[in-house]
Write a protein that binds this ligand. Structure first.
Ligand code: NAP
Length: 283
């Protein structure tokens, strides 16, 4: 039976650290670390996410501001707001909640954010710098996964790591972070032939696809560390991951639960990134 990689507990520790550091920084800066969150439109899932982000900031003593903007807003108007926030010295982090309405070019909008305030780590500057090894910010989900592995002292150097899913926000940056930490990395996507042949080789398996319970215990190596990034609803409407937890936990040495694994870490790493931005501003 596996041991749980408890993201909820580690996220709580990280929030406490953020709280302490925020107080010290506030005394030095003469203001609280600040995150501005931009929400365009009424997407229900996005509304929940931004509420959490704002509440998390308040819990740890950051200043947070939510900009709720009309669905019909033009791209130019959105960019104008971002440029104003770029210039505002009380703003350490800027986060544009995705997805944006179809008439807005998300890529162009993200590139408008000052890379030094890009706490999601999605700006091309930070994505490119991640490739060469020294980004200002790492995307929150893969960064949180690395913290979970570190906390459990999972050996990464020389390990066989397989990342299933190759998105710009999870799979690709995850693979780069594992590579930098010394793993031998394989990235799988929807065209991968014989997925199980890859997953069964993995000492560290990270799954970020968005298909309920697609990875069963039969696809996992005995003793592997299994990180389930997926967030899905099963046929009964229950939250579940991309990994079949019951069968996988018979094989894995370490496994993340869903909920309570990667999700809380993603939220906590946004705070860590915002704090890092404020610390740089204080130098
Ligand atoms: P995404 O942008 O839709 O990317 C999915 C990736 O999975 C793509 O690279 C796709 O391949 C690949 N894929 C699809 N079917 C596959 C298959 N049968 N075998 C192997 N790979 C396959 O998704 P995402 O934004 O990375 O999110 C993935 C999941 O993680 C979702 O459930 C999302 O809700 C969740 N998520 C959770 C958190 C968290 O904090 N817990 C954060 C972010 C995302 P192609 O490239 O070939 O299309």
């Amino acid at each position: 039976m596996s041991k749980l990689l408890d993201g909820a507990a580690l996220a709580k520790e990280l929030r406490q650290q953020c709280r302490q550091n925020a107080d010290v920084l506030a005394a030095r800066l003469g203001r609280k670390p600040g995150l501005d969150v931009i929400l365009v439109g009424q997407d229900p899932a996005s509304q929940v996410y931004v509420r959490h982000k704002v509440a998390d900031c308040e819990e740890v003593g950051f200043r947070s501001r939510l900009h709720r903007l009309d669905e019909q807003l033009t791209q130019a108007q959105l960019m104008t707001l971002i440029r104003q926030l770029n210039e505002d010295s009380a703003v350490d982090g800027i986060l544009v909640q995705l997805p944006l309405p179809a008439h807005i070019d998300s890529r162009a909008v993200i590139e408008t954010i000052d890379p030094a305030k890009d706490v999601d780590g999605f700006h091309i500057h930070n994505a490119g710098a991640l490739m060469t090894g020294a980004p200002l910010f790492r995307p929150c989900t893969p960064y949180g996964v690395m913290k979970l592995l570190e906390k459990a002292a999972v050996p990464i150097r020389g390990a066989e790591a397989v990342v299933v899913g190759a998105s710009n926000i999870v799979g690709k940056p995850q693979a780069l972070l594992l590579l930098q930490a010394g793993a031998t990395v394989t990235i799988c996507n929807s065209k991968t032939r014989d997925l199980a042949a890859h997953t069964r080789r993995a000492d560290i398996l990270v799954v970020a696809v968005g298909r309920a319970r697609m990875i069963g215990g039969d696809m996992i190596k005995e003793g592997a560390t299994v990180i389930d990034v997926g967030m899905n609803r099963d046929e009964n409407g229950k939250l579940c991951g991309d990994v079949d937890f019951a069968s996988a936990s018979e094989k894995a040495a370490w496994i993340t639960p869903v909920p309570g694994g990667v999700g809380p870490m993603t939220r906590a790493m946004l705070l860590v990134n915002t704090l890092e931005a404020a610390q740089r501003a204080a130098i």
